[in-house]
Write a protein that binds this ligand. Structure first.
Ligand SMILES: NC(=O)C1=CN([C@@H]2O[C@H](COP(=O)(O)OP(=O)(O)OC[C@H]3O[C@@H](n4cnc5c(N)ncnc54)[C@H](OP(=O)(O)O)[C@@H]3O)[C@@H](O)[C@H]2O)C=CC1
Ligand SMILES: C=C(/C=C/[C@@H](C)[C@H]1CC[C@H]2C3=CC=C4C[C@@H](O)CC[C@]4(C)[C@H]3CC[C@]12C)C(C)C
Length: 577
């Protein structure tokens, strides 16, 4: 059918949403200045962002080396002194005139997408910038004790040479332990270990009244321990965390499995790649991720740790994906669609950070020729641009462009609903590639902000166990099909529909993303009961901002700031004060 005729028919008789499997047909959109700013952003990126990024990376590298050279005892001593500075700073706050408390980390430095508007309104900052040391690597307890600003690049550099790693190593080098615990963190090992916060053994927290406590699963602060993940730093300041380590080997033996079929079939092949239907644990890989390239093509990747002896055996292919001139990882994986299934050995640390160089596939939009051979060879060593510098140089126009004409969202959905989620995204957004990464969602002794579906354990669905439901992060990052075709797209509306879909399907959206949720819907998605219990019990109300206030999109008005500050006066809170 002629596309104009189809469009006018669709406008006159819009089909009911639930039946539509085809993406919506939309009107053409006129190009405006910001389209050109985005199109030619590469000029600024090449001449300003990339050179400064590499200087910053080098500087940070020297800082990490400097920190590593200090003795463990010295690092611990400095840590204790810095904790006392946090306590002192909190005590300086005058609740009558100072704003509510948050960290002093600048909005553009954080990796997330939300605008962090609460740091642009009245607030009281506590500087945690000196908390960037690995305090101890305890090989006997298999635990790493680290400060919250330790990042993923730093930790893998320290642990991989010892054949150890955090059980969940979030992918981008710049992600910090503090952000991953107070928010969410995930990687291809989360089908075994859960989210980043599930791998934490103990947290050292400074509470609103200046008390310093160590919370674990089973001590008197266990409620705080379970309350902190997803709380966005609204219960207290995390000043160190003890995190589970696992033994690893030098290489990841990675199998690339091409899949062709409908989105539902791709979802099934993805589930089969890591959750064997017969439940045989020997068939569960150490690592897994899926990439969906079109509505009918995907590649599933499963990894198993391998020793260097095995990797170097004759006939095995070693691929050092971390070299600057190598093809971008998502494009390399895509070749499986033409080549068929193949296996290769990737050095483990390079594997952990495989999407860093091209920021998943977002790098393609920022530097359209960044994936070309000549660029990779000549300038690839400068990649990636630092997310913080991209944010610092993007200006209001590009920032809004990303909200209106781009999607950066994750949908955390039960595994058996992945097919539905893929169809939803295809229909509403047509974003490709999509990232699939499974994670366990544990049944905990308390109902935390995110929790498995009630009664899931009686359904015996693929991937589930009696103690955890298998979920999947469907990562939706890139320009939607409509935008690529020059058609109209309303990012805010699309995100709103996505969030409603998530709520209706017992699914979650990480709070680093831009959200359109109002307060009522926020608390329909997340459970408030345990969080509120901790807010009251640990005196956070009236000192720390609330998690919805932090997650809410848009500049804060003076009225909103005052309301947030006045929360302590509300009767429910006043009783406890
Ligand atoms: N692979 C993955 O898992 C990925 C995860 N992400 C997301 O990025 C975020 C991490 O980004 P990053 O820049 O490291 O973190 P951020 O600085 O963005 O911190 C995230 C939140 O955690 C709070 N927070 C951070 N440190 C502390 C602390 N020591 N004590 C109390 N609260 C704290 C921050 O509070 P405040 O606002 O007061 O500063 C903020 O609300 C995560 O939340 C994650 O969702 C993004 C990409 C990939
Ligand atoms: C959640 C995951 C990964 C997410 C990444 C793909 C995104 C996380 C933060 C994103 C970005 C932040 C700020 C930006 C500045 C803009 O001017 C351009 C885009 C971007 C670089 C943007 C790009 C995507 C992210 C890196 C995991 C769980 C997979």
């Amino acid at each position: 059918m002629d596309s104009r005729l189809r469009q006018s028919l669709l406008e006159k008789h819009p089909p009911p949403m639930a039946d539509v499997h085809e993406p919506l047909v939309r009107r053409k959109r006129k190009k405006v200045l910001v389209d050109y700013l985005v199109q030619f952003r590469w000029i600024l990126v090449i001449f300003v962002v990339l050179p400064i990024s590499s200087l910053i990376y080098f500087n940070i590298f020297l800082g990490d080396m400097w920190s590593a050279m200090k003795s463990e005892k010295k690092r611990q001593k400095q840590h204790d002194e810095n904790v006392q500075k946090v306590v002192k700073r909190l005590k300086q706050r005058n609740p009558k005139k100072d704003g509510l408390v948050c960290t002093a980390r600048k909005p553009w430095i954080a990796v997330g997408m939300r605008n962090v508007d609460y740091k642009r309104a009245r607030h009281f900052e506590v500087d945690l910038s000196s908390f960037r040391n690995i305090l101890e690597i305890d090989k006997e307890r298999m635990v790493a004790k680290v400060e919250p600003l330790v990042n993923m690049g730093q930790i893998t550099r320290a642990t991989c040479p010892m054949n150890l790693a955090l059980a969940v190593v979030a992918e981008l080098d710049d992600l910090t332990v503090g952000g991953l615990i107070n928010g969410y963190g995930i990687e291809g090992s989360s089908h075994l270990y859960g989210l980043f916060s599930d791998t934490v053994v103990a947290m050292e927290v400074v509470l609103a009244d200046g008390r310093v406590v160590r919370a674990t699963k089973d001590n008197e602060y266990s409620d705080l321990f379970y309350g902190i993940p997803w709380s966005q730093g609204t219960l207290g300041f995390l000043v160190s965390a003890e995190i589970k380590l696992i033994p690893i080997k030098e290489y990841m033996k990675l199998t690339y499995i091409p899949v062709k079929g409908s989105l539902k079939e791709i979802a099934q092949a993805y589930a089969d790649s890591f959750a064997p239907r017969d439940g045989d644990p020997a068939k569960v890989p150490d690592f897994v991720e899926g990439m969906v390239y079109t509505e009918s093509e995907g590649v599933m990747m499963t990894g198993v740790y391998a020793s260097k002896e095995e990797a170097k055996k004759k006939g095995n292919k070693i691929n050092c994906v971390g070299w600057w001139f190598k093809p971008w990882f998502y494009q390399h994986a895509q070749t499986a669609l033409k080549r068929g299934e193949f296996v290769e050995y990737i050095p483990t640390r390079e594997y952990y950070h495989r999407h860093t160089r091209c920021l998943y596939w977002e790098g393609k939009l920022i530097l359209p020729f960044g994936d070309q051979f000549w660029f990779r060879f000549l300038l690839g060593w400068l990649m990636p641009p630092k997310v913080s510098l991209l944010k610092a140089t993007q200006g209001e126009a590009i920032r809004n462009y990303y909200h209106d004409n781009h999607v950066i969202q994750d949908m955390l959905v039960p595994l058996y609903k992945v097919g539905d989620a893929l169809e939803f995204v295809h229909r509403e957004m047509e974003v490709y590639p999509l990232w699939l990464c499974p994670h366990r969602l544990y049944k905990l002794p308390v109902k935390t902000m995110v929790y498995p579906e009630p009664g899931f354990e009686h359904q015996h669905r693929q991937g589930d166990t009696s103690y955890a439901q298998m979920f999947t992060d469907v990562g939706v990052y890139y320009a939607p099909g409509a935008v690529l075709r020059g058609e109209e797209f309303n990012g805010a509306e699309a995100v709103h529909r996505l969030e409603q879909w998530l709520i209706e399907n017992h699914s979650y959206q990480p709070q680093y993303a831009v959200s359109e949720l109002n307060e009522k819907d926020f608390w329909r998605m997340f459970d408030a009961s345990h969080y509120e219990h901790c807010r009251h019990k640990y005196g956070a109300v009236g000192t720390f901002m609330s998690v919805y206030y932090k997650s809410k999109k848009g500049r804060k008005t003076e009225k909103e700031v005052q309301e947030a500050e006045a929360a302590i006066l509300e009767p429910a809170y006043a009783d406890e004060a």
